[in-house]
Design a protein around this ligand. Structure first.
Ligand code: SF4
Length: 249
């Protein structure tokens, strides 16, 4: 339990520490320049600009941290924090985790958990038909005679793979579900269905890339299990999916 908790807080910890290091470097450099030379007009302008950037970075991060517990109402602000999270803070955390020789997968998992907290807090009261369950093609049995393309309605629910369980969820909660065989198709299916919220099932890498690609959409990430190796007959637990649907609907 303790180990799981530390895995989750790694991403916010790395971002906070990166910002602290940046602020420290800034103040050391500013003080050193001032003592050595006094600041010229250009120097003052440059340090003022850097200070403003630092303030924006820190205040936006505080806002994002708050959004894990408190709903952000203005849509523009939601988009701004989503953009900052995937385009700025993710890279700050990645840089620091590399410095600490941490595995990429641990950081990605923590990032996905952190993003899930934000999405759960900020999106609810959504019509079930506006919830999209985005599934990876590798969930399907390699021996299945039916070719599941995009829509899982074709599945005959023989139970040989987890597509049957997903079809059960679709029928139970009346949500939409699509199967994507790659990032480009996933993007197209998202644009075509234009959901209010997405519950995406995939591996660490695909979920992280997908989340950063489609940052305009709120994405709740569910990691699949890979008992037979990467991208082959993967499985997924229904519990986190049902939990998310109940929270969003
Ligand atoms: S559960 Fe559906 S998709 Fe999976 S093997 Fe059976 S018919 Fe094919």
């Amino acid at each position: 339990m303790k180990k799981h908790y530390f895995a989750i807080i790694k991403f916010p910890m790395y971002v906070s520490l990166s910002l602290f290091i940046l602020a420290l470097v800034y103040f050391i450099m500013a003080l050193a320049s001032y003592h050595r030379l006094g600041l010229s007009g250009w120097g003052t302008a440059a340090y003022t600009l850097l200070f403003i950037i630092l303030v924006v970075l820190v205040s936006s991060w505080i806002l994002i941290l708050m959004s894990t517990h408190q709903k952000i109402k203005p849509k523009g602000l939601k988009l701004y924090t989503a953009w900052m999270l995937v385009n700025i803070y993710y890279y700050l955390a990645k840089w620091l985790s590399k410095l600490f020789l941490q595995s990429k997968q641990i950081l990605q998992e923590s990032f996905l958990h952190f993003n899930n907290e934000i999405v759960l807090t900020n999106f609810n009261g959504i019509h079930s038909q506006k919830i999209l369950l985005l599934l990876p093609h590798c969930l399907q049995s390699s021996e299945c005679k039916i070719r599941i393309v995009n829509d899982i309605i074709e599945c005959e629910e023989c139970g040989n793979c987890d597509i049957a369980k997903m079809k059960g969820i679709v029928n139970k909660y009346n949500v939409k579900a699509v199967v994507a065989s790659g990032g480009s198709l996933a993007r197209k299916l998202i644009i075509d269905t234009n959901p209010d919220v997405i519950i995406a099932v995939a591996c660490h890498r695909d979920l992280t890339d997908g989340l950063r690609d489609s940052w305009r959409y709120p994405i709740y990430a569910v990691l699949n299990e890979r008992p037979k190796g990467t991208c082959f007959e993967t499985t997924v637990s229904t519990a986190p999916i049902e939990f998310a649907i109940k929270k969003f609907a």
